[in-house]
Structures are given as structure tokens and as C-alpha cells.
Design a protein around this ligand. Structure first.
Ligand SMILES: Cc1ncc(COP(=O)(O)O)c(C=O)c1O
Length: 376
């Protein structure tokens, strides 16, 4: 009989063994199996996806690109980079494409961190900053958040040490939804030592109210130590295709592109992203639906007397009790009723759950299930 090989003596670094694997939102099919539910009646508000689905423009672009699927994709992504370069007014050699912006975060960590180096990020910040830093064996300095759970930029500046090489900032942050103004970020960038790389993660940028949006590519022009990352997974509705990108000056982009896998973004994803990028109508519909959904959800939280963090993303962090297991309990209570949300105990937020903003009827399903789940 075969026995599993004993891997305990393989020379895997301790810092790799110490990594807690990423836990994503539970798939609908899995929840249906576990609770004996009809998958058609399950509502998933767990992964900050676009509930409108993929834009028609992207679907059509995929259909056109399908005939080329036997060929490797364009490793230099000429068309998508040309479109992005035009949008931001930057040269094409300032752009790096990623298999999702997650890939960009990991590339930045691979390029700028190694054992003994330091990374700085906020408590309750997107968990991939911790994962990417840990996998490089870097020392993480996790700066306590402000009382409203936002990033403490002054505290993050103070946490910079001689060995600090990378700072992660999420704006807005997931899972808190907290937001930093353009002035706050600019003041931060002006004071970070120029030898320290800053990764400004703007995965939810397109959900910001127009008056809150800033031209972050202008910061890239001024700060050679800045990488801005964005994604097609959220407002552009392409989470399953995995496309993200970084904007950084040529010397930084050159480094990221050296370590990027040659064909890290597939051809269908490239075609879909190029089409979605110019689909203003879809973006506006997404934005409007998200704002309306935010009002729908937060009015219900207010009526139930639940505390939540004002969010600038497509999700809301809600406190669902005082006990340390409140998040886990209410999550289970919702799962049993066919509503999937995200417990966030792995973010040090065990009394909270994160709810992605869905279609009006999906939000209504969550609102209807919440009172019973709160009792559970
Ligand atoms: C703040 C933030 N950054 C980056 C990502 C990565 O998304 P993707 O790899 O799909 O672009 C996410 C996904 O949830 C996120 O919340």
C-alpha cells in the first residue's frame, strides 16, 4: 500500500511553513452540497465581484479572440497596454500586466523584498500584503489601524526602519472599505524615504465618487518609488479572467517585467480587458448600482442597529455582535439560509462580517436572512 511521503524534512523555509493559506469566498456549489440547498436560490455576496456579471463588450471580444486560443498570447500585451497608456497618458514601458492585481502584489514583493528586509502595512489591510511579504521571508511591521479601522499613515511612516523596502497601502482598503484622501496620500508620498518602494493598491478605485478620484498616475510621474496597482476584477466585471496592472516608472516596470511569467495573462483575458476598459456605459451602470446597493444595505443595518464602517468599495464591513465568535455564528446562520458572505476573523475582525454589494434582489435576500442569523 502506498504511504504518503514524509515531507517534514524537506528544506522548506520556516517562513513559508508559517503562512496561513488564503481563504476565499465559499463557492455556491459547495454551500449547496453542504446545506442541501438549491444552488439557484443561493446568493453569493462574498468576493466583491460585480453582480452585473461580465460586460457584453468583453463577451463579444472573447468570442472574437477564441479562434486564436491555440496560440500563446501576446506576452507584451500590445493592445491592452496601448489602451492603458492612452487612458493614463503614460508610456507603455510604465505598465506591467498581472494575472489579477494579486499577481502584481506578489511581483512587487518578489522584486523588493527578501529575508531580512522589512515590509510595512496596516492592520486589517488586504491579506495578500501579509502573504506576499511572508513568502519572501521579509519582516512585516503591521501598524495598528485608526479607531475607524482606516490606515494610520503617520503610524506607517513612523514604522519605516532602515531595513524597510516596501510599504503597502490599500485605497480603498478591503475588507474595511476605508478611504484615504488624495491629500493624505500625497503628504505620505512626499515624506517616505525615496529608497522605500510604495505599492498603492487601488483595486476599488472605480467605485469612488467622481470628486474623490485622483490622478494617481500623476503621482507615479513624481515619485520613482511608487507602484500603483489596479484590476479588472471588480468594477470591470472580469474577476474570473484574472487581469490586473501596475503603473510605475520605467526602471521599476523593467524589474517587474523581468520576474513576470512570460504569458501570465491569457489571450481571452487580454481581449476582454481591452474591451471592458472603454465600456464607459457598463462602468457607470456598475457605479450607480453599487451606490444604490450601499444605501439599501446600510439603511437595513441602521434599522437593525448594526454598526458598520462607511465604505468606498463594493462591500460593507458590519459588526454582528459583541462575542468573539459573532462573525462565525452569523456567517453560519446566513449560510443555512443560502446567503454567502465573508467572515473576517483572519483579519483580526472576528465580530464582523464583510458583505459584498449585490443586485437589489440579492441585497434584499441578505436583509431578509439577517435577523434570524443574528439570533443564531
Ligand atoms: C484590495 C485588493 N487588492 C487586490 C485584490 C486582488 O484582486 P485581483 O487579483 O482579482 O485583481 C483584491 C481582491 O479582493 C483586493 O481586495
Amino acid at each position: 500500500m502506498d504511504t504518503a511521503p514524509d515531507l517534514s524534512n524537506f528544506p522548506v523555509p520556516d517562513y513559508i511553513r508559517a503562512i496561513a493559506p488564503y481563504v476565499g469566498g465559499r463557492p455556491i456549489a459547495e454551500v449547496a452540497r453542504q446545506f442541501g440547498l438549491d444552488p439557484r436560490h443561493i446568493v453569493k455576496l462574498a468576493s466583491n465581484e460585480n453582480p452585473l456579471g461580465m460586460p457584453e463588450s468583453a463577451r463579444a471580444a472573447i468570442a472574437r479572440a477564441l479562434g486564436e486560443a491555440a496560440r500563446y498570447p501576446d506576452s507584451n500585451a500590445f493592445d491592452l497596454k496601448a489602451a492603458l497608456a492612452g487612458k493614463y497618458g503614460v508610456p507603455e514601458n510604465w505598465l506591467t500586466l498581472g494575472n489579477g492585481s494579486n499577481d502584481i502584489l506578489v511581483l512587487a514583493a518578489q522584486a523588493f523584498l527578501q529575508p531580512g528586509a522589512g515590509a510595512v502595512y496596516s492592520a486589517h489591510a488586504f491579506i495578500v500584503y501579509a502573504l506576499a511579504s511572508q513568502m519572501q521571508g521579509a519582516q512585516s511591521s503591521v501598524v495598528p489601524a485608526l479607531p475607524g479601522l482606516g490606515h494610520d499613515l503617520e503610524g506607517m511612516l513612523s514604522a519605516i526602519r532602515p531595513n524597510t523596502q516596501l510599504v503597502f497601502i490599500a485605497n480603498p482598503n478591503n475588507p474595511t472599505g476605508t478611504f484615504l484622501t488624495g491629500e493624505a496620500i500625497e503628504s505620505f508620498l512626499g515624506r517616505v524615504p525615496s529608497r522605500v518602494m510604495v505599492l498603492l493598491d487601488e483595486a476599488y478605485n472605480e467605485y469612488l465618487d467622481p470628486e474623490l478620484r485622483v490622478d494617481s498616475s500623476a503621482w507615479v510621474r513624481r515619485y520613482p518609488n511608487l507602484i500603483v496597482s489596479r484590476t479588472f476584477s471588480k468594477a470591470y466585471g472580469l474577476a474570473g479572467l484574472r487581469v490586473g496592472y501596475a503603473i510605475a516608472q520605467a526602471s521599476v516596470t523593467d524589474v517587474l517585467n523581468r520576474i513576470r511569467q512570460p504569458f501570465n495573462v491569457n489571450g481571452l483575458a487580454l481581449a476582454a480587458a481591452a474591451a471592458a476598459l472603454t465600456d464607459q456605459e457598463f462602468l457607470e451602470r456598475t457605479y450607480a448600482m453599487n451606490r444604490a446597493g450601499y444605501r439599501q444595505l446600510t439603511e437595513a443595518f441602521d434599522a437593525l442597529g448594526l454598526r458598520y464602517i462607511p465604505s468606498r468599495g463594493n462591500f460593507v464591513l458590519v459588526q454582528v455582535g459583541e462575542a468573539d465568535d459573532a462573525g462565525a455564528r452569523v456567517n453560519l446562520g446566513l449560510l443555512k439560509q443560502g446567503v454567502i458572505v465573508r467572515p473576517v476573523d483572519n483579519y483580526g475582525l472576528s465580530k464582523w462580517i464583510r458583505i459584498s454589494i449585490g443586485l437589489p434582489e440579492e441585497n434584499s435576500a441578505l436583509i431578509a436572512a439577517l435577523p434570524q442569523a443574528l439570533q443564531s
